[in-house]
Design a protein around this ligand. Structure first.
Ligand code: BYC
Ligand code: FE
Ligand code: FE
Length: 483
């Protein structure tokens, strides 16, 4: 019996899955490892590979003390395979297999569906590292530089988590999928990453923080849904990944929050009351609030596409098969089968957006998306709008309508403004620049992206954090750039 509370930290691959007792799996992972390191050096963070970075490494799966902090060179980071402790006698909580013991092996009839879910999840992890590859050279502080790298190494560990499942449970085709996870490239014409948003650029730090706020939050929701899975190894993997995900949420919400804080402060000092007085605000060397709204519009709408279509047989099948549940499935009070249930979904009917009740099983993507929107909206109020309100500035960041700027699902066919009013093609072309970042907006943001590398220093456009990482003081040297 493998004791999951004991992490084997001596071998090449730290793990609590008994790798030493499974030579076939260990060899498979060790064969995959060099290609992984090549990928990391080639497509991971540009520069800084030989620098010492103050990173946390997962060393336990206990809620307390699961991570240790220390200086490491990123290629030497200990990417481990860590599963949350098994729940004794865990039963499947939803779908056709509700009430049966959770599966410890792949259920043969669902093999292809399960592999697909794991591959899609796995593909997003290295994709985000690739997207963030160029950000290090323009970091606004050593604190932020370190947070970027922390997110990068943890997303790479999430890749390991999915590769472990593929190699351990899917034999030869699992190994092939594991190779392909290293060969697709974000934004590549011939071999792109699987999902749309993971082929977009992350050109600047505002984009990075918006991405971690909006897109990592999709990660949180999807991991929650998969942590309900009847396939126990997937459930346990995702449960542990969620502990790391919390930090990614924090980086995004606090990062944008600090930019907002700095802008509000500069506006107050200069006596500017009107947030829409963009030129005067920009002249202060800070990002105006309307541009932040546009960036939020972009990242939110790109992320909504990641939930798939409004009506989805894939989603219904995955739920019926007890492979992918709803957000907090185990806390929902219903039959967890949804056979006769209905769910309201926004759809396009005769050129209008209308709410329609559809079979709940076919609307599971929307159920998860609605939970996502609620989660994002409340975080915006708590983290961003509170800062603006406290500064006494009359402005609110808000989420655009779900029909705005979509490429997947019902609304891909139409144009809508952020309030959800339908626009003609001509009106969209004319007004697009009011809603989404323009070339001029992006050039302005780019002009602010000058690195600040002295310990304790911060770029003009972002406020310092309230507290250091791991209780470190404000002038802590999170990344040792010299030597
Ligand atoms: N782009 O039935 P439909 C994260 C495809 S983020 C391209 O509507 P389904 C992270 C779809 O594959 C979380 N293609 O959708 C964040 C299907 O193709 P096939 C990642 C798309 O399957 C930040 C067809 O359209 N994890 O962890 O119900 C940093 C019909 O689709 C897109 C997961 O997503 C798109 N946006 O739902 C790092 C969880 N959307 O099969 C990491 C696993 C749909 O007909 N994945 N298509 O060829 C899933 O649960 C599902 O695959 C999706 C799609 C929810 C993504
Ligand atoms: Fe991840
Ligand atoms: Fe993440």
């Amino acid at each position: 019996m493998i004791d999951p509370t004991i992490v084997d930290y001596d071998g090449m691959i730290p793990n609590n899955v008994g790798l030493n007792a499974d030579p076939r799996l260990r060899r498979a992972l060790e064969r995959w490892h060099p290609g992984y390191l090549d990928w990391w050096r080639d497509r991971g963070p540009e520069g800084f590979q030989e620098k010492l970075v103050y990173l946390r490494t997962a060393i336990s799966v206990e809620p307390e003390g699961w991570a240790k902090f220390g200086f490491v060179r990123m290629p030497e980071y200990r990417w481990g395979i860590l599963l949350a402790p098994a729940i004794e006698d865990r039963k499947i909580g939803f779908g056709a297999h509700k009430g049966e013991p959770a599966w410890q092996e792949v259920p043969g009839e669902y093999r292809a569906m399960l592999r697909r879910l794991i591959v899609v999840q796995g593909d997003t992890e290295p994709a985000s590292v690739e997207q963030q590859r160029h950000l290090g050279v323009t970091a606004p502080s050593l604190y932020d530089l370190r947070n970027l790298f922390q997110v990068n190494v943890e997303e790479a560990r999430h890749l390991w988590a999915m590769v472990y499942l593929l190699q351990k449970y899917f034999g030869r085709d699992g190994r092939e999928e594991a190779e392909e996870l290293l060969s697709r490239r974000s934004g590549d014409r011939d071999s792109p990453r699987l999902l749309g948003a993971f082929n977009e650029a992350t050109p600047d730090w505002l984009s990075f923080f918006m991405f971690t706020f909006f897109t990592d939050r999709d990660g949180k929701m999807q991991l929650h849904a998969l942590s309900q899975s009847g396939f126990d190894p997937l459930s346990r993997t995702c449960r542990f990944m969620l502990t790391e995900e919390a930090h990614h949420m924090f980086v995004g919400q606090s990062g944008v929050g600090r930019i907002i804080e700095r802008t509000c402060q500069a506006m107050r000092q200069a006596g500017i009351d009107d947030p829409n007085d963009i030129e005067r605000v920009r002249a202060l060397g800070v990002v105006d609030l309307p541009t932040m709204q546009k960036k939020a519009n972009l990242h939110f709408s790109l992320t909504l596409d990641l939930f798939g279509s409004e009506i989805s047989t894939n989603a219904a099948n995955a739920f019926n098969a007890s492979l992918k549940g709803r957000y907090l499935e185990d806390q929902i009070d219903d039959d967890h089968l949804l056979l006769g249930a209905a769910y309201p979904v926004l759809r396009l009917k005769d050129g209008h957006i209308v709410e329609e009740k559809v079979p709940a099983l076919s609307a599971l993507n929307m159920r998860l998306r609605d939970d996502y929107v609620a989660d994002a909206a409340s975080a915006i109020e708590r983290w961003w709008n509170r800062i603006i309100a406290r500064a006494g500035i009359d402005y609110r960041i808000r989420l655009p309508h779900v029909a705005f700027n979509r490429r997947i699902g019902e609304f891909a066919a139409i144009h809508a403004d952020p309030d959800g009013n339908l626009l003609s093609e001509e009106a969209w072309q004319r007004r697009r620049d009011e809603f989404l970042p323009t070339t001029a907006d992006n050039l302005f943001i780019e002009s602010l992206m000058r690195p600040v590398t002295e310990p304790g220093g911060f770029a003009s456009w972002i406020a310092p954090p309230r507290a250091g990482i791991d209780g470190q003081p404000g002038n802590f040297e999170y990344v040792k750039l010299a030597g």
